[in-house]
Write a protein of this length. Structure first.
Ligand code: HEC
Length: 108
């Protein structure tokens, strides 16, 4: 029974990995998830949890892309403009870095 469960988990993870890979390859915004994680760890992780929705300085970002209000465009704007305690990253991150971090956020 235990074994079956862990096999299923591995299967689900493999599927998730495969679809992520597909996204990185041909996602419309074309961001690199692995590089985006690096950008996130350096710039955002001090204030945002990536693995839970729990508030740190800012809201936890797990499941962020599933929030109805958070479209790709509105997340982009938030990164550029900041506000309410969040710094503006307009001139701090390059466009590719923003695209990559966005791709990473979509996987959370
Ligand atoms: C100094 C702390 C801080 C840093 C660093 C920071 N943020 Fe934020 N962030 C916040 C706060 C505070 C909010 C809530 C602002 C609000 O309510 O409008 C927020 C909100 C957000 C939101 C909207 C979340 C929601 O559910 O409404 C996103 C997306 C986001 N940040 C992404 C990022 C990304 C990506 C980075 C790194 C490039 C980053 N943040 C860096 C503090 C920070």
């Amino acid at each position: 029974m235990r074994k079956t469960t862990s096999f299923m988990i591995v299967g689900v993870l493999a599927l998730a990995g495969a679809s992520l890979y597909g996204q990185t390859k041909k996602g419309a915004s074309g961001g690199d998830v692995a590089k985006g994680k690096g950008v996130f760890d350096q710039n955002c992780a001090v204030c945002h949890n990536a693995d839970s929705a729990e508030v740190k300085m800012g809201p936890g970002l797990k499941g962020i892309s599933k929030k109805p209000k958070m479209t790709e465009a509105s997340i982009k704007t938030k990164i550029d403009v900041g506000g309410n305690g969040m710094p503006s990253y307009k001139d701090i991150l390059t466009d590719p870095e923003k695209t990559n971090v966005l791709a990473y956020l979509k996987t959370l």
